[in-house]
Design a protein around this ligand. Structure first.
Ligand SMILES: Nc1ncnc2c1ncn2[C@@H]1O[C@H](COP(=O)(O)OP(=O)(O)OP(=O)(O)O)[C@@H](O)[C@H]1O
Length: 668
């Protein structure tokens, strides 16, 4: 291919003649152009296949899904059909990043992304989703709520809004044959394996696991209980200890040392720790311990279930992962964890719930759906966990979270324990969190708040837009079969790059919000098992995913906000293992990131290229605090007047015995 001409390549009707591995095996019955249309329609798949019939598939890579719909409607709305780059902004899946928070561009075209479509109605709709001003076109039909996907469409999560209908209600209706037109979502995810070996399957901690002990930990707030140094000190019940051992955990990570006693003491907590350092177990173990101590009884079949714990996370794949961890640690107890998320049949979610539910793991849209259907009552909620809490509280999900805590029956913050975890906590989000937390919550910062994991070797390459593909192929060929995640900024480009790599005979799959849930799960499965060692992803896969052996992350496009960068590169270098991240920095579009990147790199003791420093210097923003939209680098708890702050290293010693923290001053 010559110079980048995305538009021409993407809309070419003949597209590629190469069928990507995962599609070929799964769907193709021959020609690639209609790969998806040929999906065999089992009876339970009727809705899905209808959907596909409504879809004009342009290419072999599920391209029709990503390429056609949003793209077209964006154009339609803007009356502009020219230029990929302009479109790609509209198509930006990561508009969660662009739109959320505090530097929103305020440009209506950005509101067409999934992230904004997903919020609507009851939760404080920013605007109806796509206009639905029907033009009868099949592309349009896919992008309009109700007519295309019948009940979900999400950046990270389901949700479809039908001309301003509230998000979760329309999902319920669309998903379960209510009054919203369009096919039902019929996907029922396959149940996870039930054998003990699969439940406790885990990967090894890496050579740097013990170095976690040297990380400085800062606890702020009143009367923080002391850290524990071993699992034994947590005094958990035997079954939990057995499960911890079977999971291969012998030593606590810093966030676990501090969070477990805090949660056991009944305190509210906001915890910030680097990616891959065990935050999930840090909240699951003490919650389970409490439940066991309280003598929880097995929940039985009931039409209305009243879970003791609700865990929310922004993406379907992540919440599923958290559920699997909850299932693992509750193995052999009477605690029943259930997971529900969008893009799956609502009836399936309900059937899971009515069988009994102590811990409900849910994405926000599906959760609100189920609450509205009166399948879940909130009166018994003792623990509310927001994983990726900064994301859960930003403009994308914040309104839904607010709605959740003000739902009838939800115990007030004084009556429940609220726990928030993330690797990044912009200052503004910390302030918003106050609404959810008791005023005396504790704040645990492991290392630099918002800092990158030091086990990831970061390289920034200056690569112009037109050279990126060539560079990508060069790097991937050098990498060989090692598992690599390639992040791009738009769904359209994810399809495009994945197709391109397949043409280059590099086994690749892709995950993004325009793919059907079954395809997303298949893609992740193919990547996990190594069938496709390259996964091209949008930011939907940036947070939380814990996949063994991901050795490389490539930012084909840099994200627009630095916190997203930190999460993306955190898909490698997990749990003491090492990893590499290579990012293509295009001075044309990425200069605004130069300053925060320099900071992230230097904080993580990485080499900072001189050219990047120069760009950072030339784009110097006085008062910069680490992000284009606020401070990701709040070095501490942003509550100003707390007392009792103590800085300790992860082994529990005071900071006077530990190396000085990285100086943060020059950036303020
Ligand atoms: N104490 C421990 N010993 C061994 N392995 C652990 C321990 N704690 C967590 N792990 C493993 O480390 C991996 C990363 O944990 P987890 O996914 O909870 O990280 P995280 O901090 O939530 O990351 P992210 O910020 O990306 O969401 C998981 O595979 C988990 O099972």
């Amino acid at each position: 291919m010559g110079d980048e001409d995305w538009e021409a390549e993407i809309i070419k009707p003949h597209m590629s003649s190469y069928v990507p591995v995962f599609e070929k095996d799964r769907y193709s019955s021959g020609a690639n152009g209609d790969t998806f249309n040929r999906t065999p329609a089992s009876s339970s798949d009727a809705g899905e296949s209808n959907k596909r019939e409504n879809t004009t598939t342009v290419g072999s890579f599920g391209a029709g899904k990503g390429f056609g719909n949003r793209d077209f409607s964006n154009k339609f709305e803007e009356g502009d059909t020219s230029g990929f780059w302009r479109e790609s902004n509209n198509d930006c899946e990561d508009n969660q990043t662009r739109n959320r928070g505090f530097s929103r561009r305020g440009d209506s075209k950005y509101e067409q992304d999934e992230g904004t479509q997903r919020t609507g109605g009851l939760f404080g709709s920013r605007r109806p989703a796509l206009s639905g001003a029907g033009n009868g076109d099949t592309y349009q039909s896919r992008s309009c709520s109700g007519s295309g996907r019948g009940g979900y469409k999400g950046l990270n999560e389901e949700v479809i809004t039908d001309s301003g209908k509230n998000t979760w209600k329309s999902e319920a209706e669309g998903g379960e044959g209510g009054d919203v037109q369009g096919p039902k979502v019929t996907y029922i995810p396959p149940p996870p394996p039930e054998d003990e070996d699969s439940i406790f399957a885990h990967y090894q901690t890496g050579i740097n696991f013990d170095k976690y002990d040297n990380i400085l930990v800062e606890v702020s707030g009143h009367d923080a209980p002391p850290a524990i140094l071993t699992f034994e000190e947590a005094n958990l019940c035997q079954t939990l200890n057995n499960n911890i051992a079977k999971a291969g955990y012998t030593k606590l990570t810093p966030v676990q040392k501090y969070s477990i006693p805090i949660i056991l003491a009944g305190r509210d907590l906001m915890a910030c720790a680097q990616t891959g350092s065990g935050k999930t177990a840090a909240f699951l173990l003490p919650i389970l311990a409490h439940m066991m101590r309280d003598g929880i009884t097995a929940s039985r079949f009931k039409e209305l279930q009243e879970p003791e714990c609700i865990i929310v996370a922004p993406t379907r794949e992540l919440i599923n992962q958290i559920y699997l961890e909850a299932r693992k640690f509750s193995f052999g107890t009477c605690v029943r964890a259930v997971v529900i998320y969008g893009g799956t049949q609502l009836g399936h979610s309900i059937r899971q719930i009515v069988q009994g539910c102590n811990i409900l793991c849910a994405t926000p849209g599906r959760l609100m759906d189920i609450i509205s259907k009166e399948k879940i009552g909130l009166r018994q909620v003792k623990y509310l966990v927001l994983d990726e809490a900064d994301r859960m509280l930003d403009m994308g999900f914040g309104p839904e979270m607010k709605k959740l805590i003000s739902c009838p029956g939800m115990p007030s913050k004084e009556q429940r324990q609220t726990l928030m975890f993330s690797a990044t906590f912009p200052e503004e989000i910390q302030k918003l969190a106050g609404e959810f937390l008791k005023s005396k919550y504790l704040f645990v910062a492991v290392g630099q708040v918002g800092g990158a994991c030091r086990d990831v070797q970061q390289t920034i390459l200056q690569v112009g837009q037109y050279s990126k593909r060539e560079k990508l192929v060069e790097i991937l060929r050098n990498i060989g079969d090692e598992r690599t995640m390639v992040f791009v900024e738009t769904k359209k480009k994810a399809d495009f790059i994945a197709t391109f790599l397949c043409q280059e005979k590099i086994s690749t799959t892709s995950i993004h919000g325009d793919r059907e849930q079954r395809e997303r799960e298949q893609a992740l499965g193919d990547f996990r098992c190594g069938k496709c060692p390259v996964l091209v992803a949008t930011s939907v896969a940036a947070r939380g995913l814990d996949i063994e052996n991901v050795q490389h992350v490539i930012n084909f496009d840099l994200p627009s906000a630095i916190d997203e960068y930190v999460h993306r590169i955190g898909r490698t270098g997990r749990c003491g293992n090492t990893g590499r991240a290579v990012s293509f920095f295009d001075p044309e579009s990425d200069s605004h990131l130069a300053q925060p990147l320099v900071k992230v790199l230097s904080d993580a003791q990485q080499d900072v290229p001189a050219w990047l420093e120069e760009i950072a210097f030339s784009t110097y923003v006085p008062g910069f605090s680490g992000s284009t939209r606020g401070s990701v680098f709040a070095s501490v708890d942003t509550r100003k007047n707390y007392q009792g702050k103590s800085t300790l290293n992860a082994a529990g010693f005071s900071s006077s015995q530990a190396p000085n923290p990285v100086d943060d001053e020059s950036w303020d």
